[in-house]
Write a protein that binds this ligand. Structure first.
Ligand code: TXA
Ligand code: MG
Length: 332
């Protein structure tokens, strides 16, 4: 399918290739919702309305599809993504909810509250969604069209806000198209988002902590918990764990821009540099992004120092290099 066609590596021709992708504007009609769900099943990118802002959705279990989100948004780093599901039960299949987290979910879902909770081991979520971490951000959105799409698709949908990186969030289908036309497969047009502000993000372990203010006021969450929320600063929890310098640090040392392995090194290849394993033998950055975290884990298991072949600093290569640089940074 068009959505998972490998793309050209060169930035200019990539733009041309991507802009040739036709973005469908779909309506709330059942046939259109079905079409949107089918696009997700094929690894496509579909923007959809939630009560907060439009999300740029992909199948959260499909590494390549999730890599496509970062590519379309031109995100320079792999921030973890929020997963959207239709019901509380579907959320519980993916994360372990503490009693307090469960209270919050019962009170505010469906709604503009995202919970960050320990990911269950066999949840099947792409490691790009969690940025290689052990927690998952999850919510049940309160929007009829989001619910219809999630039910028709029948699985978890990873979705950051549907805007190019560094730009303001989209609250209408027209905003989405202004930023992402030609980069995504479709937008489901559900009119304007009623809240217009992103969800409030609360981490639930070990103690409830506010990671991002948003659509549900802090006071309402504290009233539900009968205690104050900690703030990210107070606990030194980074707002976005992906931003922490050594967020994903392998045990072994990591050497970048390696053209060949030194004795004993485990080499992660790219393009012409083969290595012990490769991120992409054809030099496809999207494939490389989709394999990044599992490659780092595999290299780490070898117990040898790790070297990584040079990755071009274009397109998804920016986020890949950002992540590798953090992994290579000295540990705290
Ligand atoms: O209202 C919203 O939350 C919208 C709609 C589409 O649901 N989504 C949204 O996603 O705002 P995004 O990607 O723009 O912001 C997600 C935030 C990021 O700051 C990210 O770092 C944080 O959530 N996040 C995601 N997973 C996390 C995790 N496991 N731990 C901590 N923070 C996480
Ligand atoms: Mg955003």
């Amino acid at each position: 399918p068009e959505a998972i066609r490998p793309r050209n590596k060169d930035a200019t021709s990539r733009k041309i290739l991507m802009s040739r992708r036709k973005t469908k504007r779909l309506s709330a009609a059942p046939n259109d919702v079905r079409a949107a769900a089918d696009l997700l099943s094929k690894g496509g990118l579909v923007a959809f309305p939630t009560e907060t802002v439009y999300g740029l959705g992909a199948d959260a279990t499909n590494d390549l599809a999730v890599a496509g989100i970062f590519e379309a948004k031109e995100r320079p780093s792999f921030n973890p993504l929020i997963v959207h599901v239709a019901t509380f039960e579907a959320a519980e299949e993916l994360v372990a909810l503490s009693p307090e987290a469960r209270d919050l979910a019962m009170t505010f879902w469906p709604g503009a509250l995202t919970l960050v909770a320990p990911l269950k081991p066999d949840a099947g979520i792409s490691s790009l969604v969690t940025a290689g971490g052990s927690t998952l951000a999850i919510r049940v959105p309160d929007h009829p069209l989001a619910t219809a799409l999630l039910k028709a698709f029948g699985g978890p949908v990873a979705a950051p806000s549907a805007n190019p990186s560094g730009r303001i969030s989209a609250t209408t289908a027209t905003h989405v198209l202004a930023g992402l036309e030609g980069m995504i497969d479709a937008v489901l047009d559900g009119g304007a988002c009623p809240v217009g502000l992103e969800s409030t993000i609360v981490a639930t372990d070990p103690a409830p902590t506010l990671l991002r203010a948003g659509g549900i006021p802090r006071e309402e969450i504290e009233a539900c918990l009968h205690r104050p929320l900690m703030t990210a600063e107070a606990t030194e929890t980074p707002t976005a764990p992906g931003q922490l310098a050594s967020h994903y640090a392998p045990d072994a040392t990591l050497r970048l821009n390696a053209r060949e392995a030194r004795p004993d090194e485990f080499l992660i290849g790219f393009g012409d540099i083969a290595g012990d394993i490769t991120l992409s033998s054809t030099g496809d950055l999207r494939e490389a992004a989709s394999r990044l975290f599992s490659a780092l884990h595999e290299a780490d298991k070898s117990g040898r120092p790790i070297a990584v072949a040079p990755i071009p600093h274009t397109g998804l290569g920016l986020a890949i290099n950002d992540r590798l640089t953090r992994a290579a940074a000295p540990r705290p």
